[in-house]
Design a protein around this ligand. Sequence first.
Ligand code: IPD
Ligand code: CA
Ligand code: CA
Ligand code: CA
Length: 270
Amino acid sequence: MKPEECVEQVIAIAVEAGMAIKDIYLEGSFDKEIKADNTPVTSADLAAHQIITAALTQLTPDIPVLSEEDADIPLSERVDWPRYWLVDPLDGTGEFIAGSGDFSVIIALVEHNRPIMGIVYVPMTEVIYYAIAGLGAYKRSNKGEQRIASRQLTLDDSHSLRLAVSRRQDPQSVLKLLNQPKHCELVVLGGAALKSCLVAEGRADCYVRIGPTGEWDTGAAQIIVEEAGGQIMDLELQPLSYNERESLENPNFIVVGSTHLPWDELLVSE
Ligand code: IPD
Ligand code: CA
Ligand code: CA
Ligand code: CA
């Protein structure tokens, strides 16, 4: 099945999971546990995980699913997968718990270790970002659907970058990595996927994530940002890897809207 032949069904799965998350969020009553990696997981994460894995398995029984909430599949078992669904059932668990509303559902399809389709659904605004390799990136909301493009900057613009940061992220930790932009506007939003989508649609120029990250955090954003004209890479400006790490962890990464800027000069080497 080509991605364009199943994209609407996969969007419907993301929406169904997002509605379940939203119901739990609005009800305000959920269970919370701390996982072995010292990060929180709630009953909303697990409900969305169940909905998505069951529905994807029914839709494409031959394509395995790798979800953040069921990620203990050793690389030796995964390495020969030609295709797999890469899922973050609830990106922004911290935001969900804090009550900011900035969280999303992420589903990506990875083929030969590269994301070829990505969907990010935002339950509280009912906005869908999606992209298919070669067919563009789109934003769908109650105002309709439009193709999105990142803002292509010139060298002059690099002195006044708009940075996407989380409410809970210290902007200084990001600013110190950038070579003295003279003016820096902060665009504040939660969750790795939502900040990446901000860059994809040109509302922010750059998002730098410091700290361990699962490949499910960037899978859908990778193709959405690329199809919008931008790029996601590690801080050495190398491509992120998919299905190639035992730890399932990507290193720090940077999401940039404009591929024309000399990011090697703009990033302070550590
Ligand atoms: C996290 C969120 C958070 C980002 C972390 C992610 P999770 O994902 O996106 O904003 O800073 O890197 O791991 O655990 O809420 O799915
Ligand atoms: Ca998590
Ligand atoms: Ca995540
Ligand atoms: Ca998650």
